[in-house]
Ligand binder design. Structure first.
Ligand SMILES: [Zn+2]
Length: 300
């Protein structure tokens, strides 16, 4: 009898040992592959009117500041802002610092970097996201006097700062030589309205997600990027194994065009078999695309 109890005890210990080995020692590797594909969007809206495809500022409300300009040029510039506001969905507003468009009239203020036309102005800091080249800062250098009824030179420079290149049409305001009869093309206004019809929102997107199960342990690599038009706020990444939440990762705010790489290993998973992993960005604010917030991986 004593022997039987002893053997049963040994057997139980053995079973527990086997279970411990099974649950905690990583053996047997399962690779997961992606079954979903990312979205694709038309990125060719701006033709050759702009320096790069789809250049715009973050928002249709764009801040500006005018530095050291004589009264006439300051008035011309303000009139140019008003004309573009009236013709398009854009609005411009004056700020004291951190402006998006800086206007200077002193030829000593040479623009050293960025995309600009010599002696004029243009976008200075640009970030490329999925669909747009987002202009973070633009400059206008107003040197020449305008003798026209309309502030044609200021309008020309403002359009450069909005990403527009020179036009080959001598009647267009973006022709490289200024004449009073030149006008803004309707195609230029249409393009502005089309580019700014996309709301100024962030767009968090999951990329390059890969996962491997080693026994009961999960290793994950992934990246998250803000492909939108505005900095994102804090969010969470949720990971589900066969519809059960296994990990929650806090994600800090991401600036436009910035990304994070997240990787971890040896996350213990209690389920016996995992067939599907879901990765989900839990972002409770408006976004350009919600359908790039989730990726499912299945056993290869
Ligand atoms: Zn020019």
């Amino acid at each position: 009898m004593g022997l039987k109890i002893f053997l049963s005890f040994i057997f139980v210990i053995f079973c527990i040992g086997i279970l411990i080995v099974y649950w905690f020692i990583p053996f047997g590797t399962i690779e997961f592959g992606s079954k979903s594909s990312n979205f694709d969007l038309d990125v060719n809206q701006s033709g050759n009117m702009q320096f790069y495809q789809n250049m715009r500022y973050s928002d249709s409300k764009i801040s500006y500041k005018i530095y050291d300009c004589p009264l006439q040029k300051k008035n011309d510039m303000e009139e140019a802002f008003n004309i573009i506001s009236d013709l398009s969905i854009l609005n411009f507003y004056l700020v004291n610092s951190n402006e998006e468009i800086s206007v200077t009239c002193d030829s000593k203020n040479k623009i050293e970097d960025g995309l600009f036309v010599a002696g004029e102005g243009g976008p200075v800091y640009i970030t490329k996201v999925d669909k747009f080249h987002v202009i973070l800062k633009g400059k206008v250098l107003l040197i020449k006097e305008s003798n026209c009824e309309n502030p044609n030179i200021a309008l020309h420079e403002l359009l450069h700062a909005l990403g527009f290149d020179h036009s080959e049409n001598p009647d267009n305001i973006m022709y490289y030589i200024s004449k009073c009869k030149q006008t803004i093309g309707q195609d230029q206004i249409d393009l502005i309205n089309k580019l700014y019809s996309t709301p100024s929102q962030p767009d968090l997107t999951l990329e390059n997600v890969s996962a491997v199960m080693r026994g009961k342990y999960l290793d994950v690599n992934m990246s998250i990027r803000n492909d939108g038009l505005r900095d994102s706020m804090e969010s969470k990444i949720l990971i589900y194994a066969d519809d059960e939440l296994v990990k929650e990762i806090k994600l800090d705010a991401l600036r436009i065009g910035y990304g994070r790489i997240i990787s971890f290993s040896n996350l213990w998973i209690k389920q016996i078999n995992v067939n599907k992993l879901d990765f989900f960005i839990d972002y409770s604010f408006p976004e350009l695309e919600k359908n790039n917030n989730r990726i499912s991986l299945e056993v290869d």
